[in-house]
Design a protein around this ligand. Structure first.
Ligand SMILES: [Zn+2]
Ligand SMILES: [Zn+2]
Length: 426
């Protein structure tokens, strides 16, 4: 026998019936985005590696350790995308979509690729949904996107998640904070973990991000960006809070919440789900008013968030939320002898033309086995054809949810089913 193959380490196959849960998450996301006026953008799976170094920052773990960088046959240095924002921002700049008083509002559903140590809920090919808005810099946009983010979780039926909010300041007020933070950390530098010692020079803010408990204690009282906001950042943050309060979206201010990426300014948020354990963030978002300019575009404010689909699924499962699986609903057309089996194939095709899912037996099985198959498929209706039905010209139609059964003229069965709303059996 030939050697068997396995999916690469850190990847997973998403197969039926679980793929139905993915559709549910994605469809819900699309619907929410449309309500808020966001449209889908699709950008390449790979980009110039330099785009990510520029847009995310050389000093981040993502760029320095986790990117799938490769040289193509033409000698170009490319990378599989490790996140969604850089590619969207690149497209915005490349297609000159910036305009006076215009906001570009897009969403995406993508695979991302990071060479991480595989662990529970972490994949080298992971999946994200996200939203970006370029061109509008006011707190109203921040509130709208946070509301969209929370509406997705609400529509999914998620419970027990928490919105955490912070402001990271801007280029005007950040140096003051950075100086205060650097001098506070200088006193404890030797006690910080090696990673954080390295961060002191490159991006001291990221010390707040460290998962090491000892670093957590050391920075617990370190100066937070929130205490150093300039007037502009302060009033932006206050206005956002007024809007969130008005929308009755509960949140908690978390002065230690920072983002791992260099381009974030002002508003930052995360949605946490405690039962996920150490990696408890369901999603992260924030404003990045410097990004477009950094990528060679005109000065343009931007804001967005990205959420992992894998983690959302885990959170829904932990919360006991049942989700539809693929294949529920529809009609099983059962033929019991040669003539009725042939008729069942044609009838199934007629039923499909009426917009319903219909299936037939491929293996010449008896009634009992075919009813079992109907059950396995989650069919809502069974249409039975045997010698008697063929002779009388009436099919026996059973509602598998109620068990009710009636005879319907063969010619009219497809239309009869089409008029009934077919809902998945519970
Ligand atoms: Zn500021
Ligand atoms: Zn540390």
């Amino acid at each position: 026998m030939a050697k068997g193959y396995q999916a690469p380490r850190g990847t997973q196959d998403i197969l039926p019936p679980v793929s139905g849960q993915w559709h549910h998450l994605e469809d819900t996301f699309r619907q929410v985005c449309e309500r808020y006026g966001y449209q889908e953008a699709r950008t390449p799976v790979f980009e110039e590696a330099a785009l990510f170094a520029r847009g995310i920052g050389d000093a981040t773990d993502i760029v320095s350790k986790e990117m799938y960088v490769f040289e193509d046959r033409g000698g170009r240095s490319l990378s599989l995308r490790p996140e969604g924002t850089a590619g969207i921002a690149r497209a915005f700049v490349e297609h000159k979509l910036a305009g006076e008083k215009s906001a570009w509002k897009v969403f995406y559903l993508i695979s991302i690729f990071r060479y991480e140590r595989p662990q529970a809920g972490r994949y080298r090919q992971a999946h994200q949904v996200g939203v970006e808005c370029f061109g509008a810099g006011g707190p109203d946009v921040d509130a709208e996107i946070i509301a969209l983010n929370m509406a997705w979780y609400r529509d999914l039926g998620m419970k027990g998640h928490e919105l955490r909010l912070n402001s990271l300041g801007c280029p005007a007020c950040r140096p003051g904070h950075r100086q205060a933070l650097t001098s506070a950390l200088a006193d404890v530098a030797e006690e910080l973990c090696p990673t954080c010692q390295g961060r002191l020079d490159t991006n001291p803010l990221r010390v707040f991000d460290c998962k090491s408990p000892s670093c957590g204690e050391l920075v617990a009282n370190a100066p937070a960006p929130l205490d150093y906001l300039c007037d502009g950042c302060r009033s932006h943050f206050d206005a956002l809070r007024v809007l969130l309060d008005g929308m009755e979206l509960p949140y908690e201010i978390d002065p230690r919440l920072v983002r791992g990426l260099d381009y974030y300014t002002r508003t930052a948020w995360e949605v946490k789900y405690a039962e996920l354990g150490a990696q408890d963030a369901l999603c992260g978002g924030g404003r990045y008013d410097g990004l477009v300019e950094q990528l060679g575009g005109p000065k343009t404010p931007g804001i967005g968030f990205a959420a992992g689909i894998e983690r959302a699924l885990v959170a829904l499962e932990k919360g006991g939320i049942t989700m539809p699986e693929t294949g529920a609903g529809g009609v099983m057309v059962i033929g019991l002898d040669e003539a009725s089996r042939q008729r069942s194939v044609l009838l199934a095709e007629e039923i499909r033309a009426h917009g319903l899912r219909a299936e037939t037996d491929y293996f010449e099985r008896g009634l009992k086995a075919q009813m079992k198959q109907a059950d396995r498929l989650g069919a809502r209706w069974a249409v039975m054809l045997g010698e008697e039905e063929m002779a009388s010209g009436e099919a026996t139609v059973r509602d598998l949810m109620s068990g009710d059964q009636e005879s319907v003229p063969l010619e009219g069965v497809a239309g009869w089913l089409g008029e009934r709303v077919v809902t998945p059996a519970p």
